[in-house]
Design a protein around this ligand. Structure first.
Ligand SMILES: [Zn+2]
Length: 45
């Protein structure tokens, strides 16, 4: 399974996520501050 590093553009929180968590964050926003995020805010690890 793919692993990604999510870096929030607003609160700068870095969170390591898997594919399903990535999809959830893309649809509901940053889990810390709820800022809307895009695929560009994820890096493949
Ligand atoms: Zn955030």
């Amino acid at each position: 399974m793919s692993t990604y590093m999510f870096i929030c553009p607003d609160c700068k929180q870095e969170i390591e996520v898997n594919g399903s968590m990535r999809d959830a964050i893309l649809s509901s926003g940053c889990p810390v501050c709820t800022e809307a995020v895009e695929t560009a805010h994820f890096e493949c690890v």
